[in-house]
Design a protein around this ligand. Structure first.
Ligand code: PHE
Length: 343
């Protein structure tokens, strides 16, 4: 019995020191200790030499030893499955930790934050609203009554269960919600996702992002609108960029305009981005239509205001040289991890 105990102790310390650097060494360990002709089997055979009154004790010892060997084998196996050097199966606290991948902001978020931060310096606060809107907030209140032809300017997704609901086609709906609250003056920015029923391609998608702005107070004029947007353009695209306004039409603003900046890719000399014109369109804007103010319970004889709206995808594509709008929503980490720094 004494002899058996000593033998087991010796084997145990041998097992403690055992390592397996690769799969072959692991298999050798198994054959040597746990194989049909292995040491565990062999030592089990020694039971027959143990005196009858000691058999129970010896049986327990041997069983324990078997479990001990099996546990070590499992440990080595697990380590090799994890691709670790099996020799390191006993924990080495001096090893460096696993490197955690660092997340990054989405390019749309970066561009949105940049736009928002410029207007925040002019005192604009951020407002948000629902993406499923009722007809009134998305169209009616914005001077687009039912059957108004300008509704066709935006291809709308209607919600089947309730024809009064749409996926908002612009964040102008949030402007209505802010005006309805009646807390004047208003100086708000509305960033958010919008939906239009467009064929998905490299250049257009059925959802994208906008930032709209709204300023309502007494005596607000078109000059205020221009000055605000000039400031934005200089901060966003640099001091040397030129700006031009073209007359346009939106049902909710009068007069309305579209704003172009001199192409910041070619500096105005003409390239593919500006289609050789030297100008890039970046937003729509205008003075809030008196009907819109009235619809929201604001007296148009006392108050006036301006509104503007721009997409986020296009400036982001120009900024980062992205040539396919679909990349923004595919969540491919290889794409996303490139945008680690702020704009
Ligand atoms: N809502 C318009 C659009 O989505 C943009 C716009 C906003 C135009 C405010 C003028 C004033 O195209």
């Amino acid at each position: 019995m004494e002899q058996l105990l000593n033998k087991i102790e010796a084997y145990k310390s041998e097992i403690d020191n055992a390592a397996a650097a690769d799969a072959k060494a692991l298999e050798e360990f198994r054959i040597k200790w746990l194989g049909t002709k292995g040491i565990v089997k062999e030592i089990m055979g020694e039971m027959k030499n143990v005196a009858p009154e000691k058999k129970k004790e010896a049986g327990q010892l041997l069983n324990e030893f078997k479990q001990y060997t099996e546990a070590k084998f499992e440990l080595l196996k697990e380590a090799s499955a994890n691709g670790q050097s099996v020799a390191a199966a006993s924990i080495d606290l001096s090893l460096p930790g696993d490197v955690m991948p660092i997340g990054s902001r989405h390019p749309i978020t970066l561009m949105r934050n940049k736009i928002v931060s410029i207007f925040q310096r002019l005192g604009f606060a951020v407002a948000e609203g629902p993406e499923i809107e009722d007809d009134w907030h998305n169209f009616g209140a914005l001077n687009l009554p039912a059957h108004h032809p300008a509704r066709d300017m935006q291809d709308t997704f209607y919600i089947q269960q309730n024809p009064d609901w749409v996926l908002r086609t612009h964040t102008s709906s949030v402007q209505i919600r802010e005006m309805e609250k009646g807390n004047l003056p208003i100086r708000m920015l509305m960033p958010g996702r919008v939906y239009r029923n467009e064929t998905i391609s490299a250049r257009s998608h059925c959802f994208f992002h906008q930032v709209e702005g709204l300023y309502i107070d007494e005596n607000v004029s078109f000059a205020d609108l221009k000055q605000t947007l000039y400031f934005f353009v200089k901060e966003m695209y640099g001091k040397d960029v030129k700006v031009r306004f073209r007359p346009s039409y939106f049902p909710f603003t009068e007069p309305s305009a579209e704003m172009d900046v001199s192409c910041f890719i070619c500096g105005g000399s003409g390239c593919n981005i500006c289609k050789k014109t030297g100008w890039v369109e970046i937003l729509g804007c205008g003075m809030v239509h008196p009907n819109v103010l009235t619809n929201c319970g604001i007296d148009p004889n006392k108050y006036s205001g301006f509104a503007f709206g721009m997409g986020i995808e296009r400036p982001a594509m120009l900024k980062y040289g992205i040539n396919d709008i679909r990349l923004f929503s595919e969540n491919d980490v290889r794409f996303l991890k490139q945008f680690t720094s702020a704009i």
